[in-house]
Design a protein around this ligand. Structure first.
Ligand code: ZN
Length: 145
């Protein structure tokens, strides 16, 4: 009887026996590999299941929306500290950093939940990410007039 590790190695050997597969680390052709490590770069290898279509579109779209707002608030706020602007202009920038920073972290942490959501829910969430960013940028622009 074989252990799970032996079974995994047998599956890896069988998979690579007749396929030209490049090492994900160095690109070396692993065809016919017998050990669970790349002979070129020595990285450990394993056979695993991957997604045929990762569906990252909504995740990346929302990430960009939040990152644009966060980046704007961070850069303009940092610049504003040295230029001694009106305090009213710093409030939306500080609030933007405080709200959009954690929103970015939550977005990254909950990417799996986003994948499992319906298309409508994903689209709504992405739009909400852009609206949230736009609120802080608009608030700043209104104060800057
Ligand atoms: Zn390698």
């Amino acid at each position: 009887m074989s252990t799970p590790d032996e079974h995994d190695l047998a599956a890896l050997r069988a998979y690579l026996a007749e396929r030209d597969v490049a090492c994900p680390s160095c690109g070396y052709n692993l065809r016919g590999l017998q050990s669970p490590a790349c002979p070129e770069c020595n990285q450990a290898l394993k056979l695993q299941v991957g997604l045929a279509e990762p569906r990252l579109g909504h995740f990346i779209a929302g990430l960009v929306g939040l990152a644009m707002g966060f980046g704007f608030c961070l850069i303009v706020g940092a610049w504003g500290l040295f230029e001694a602007p009106r305090t009213a202009m710093l409030i939306p920038l500080g609030a933007g950093v405080i709200v959009l920073g954690p929103a970015l972290l939550i977005w990254v942490r909950w990417r799996g939940k986003l994948r499992r959501a319906t298309d409508a829910a994903r689209t709504t969430t992405v739009i909400a990410a852009y609206v949230l960013s736009a609120v802080f940028v608009s608030w700043f622009l209104a104060q800057a007039k």
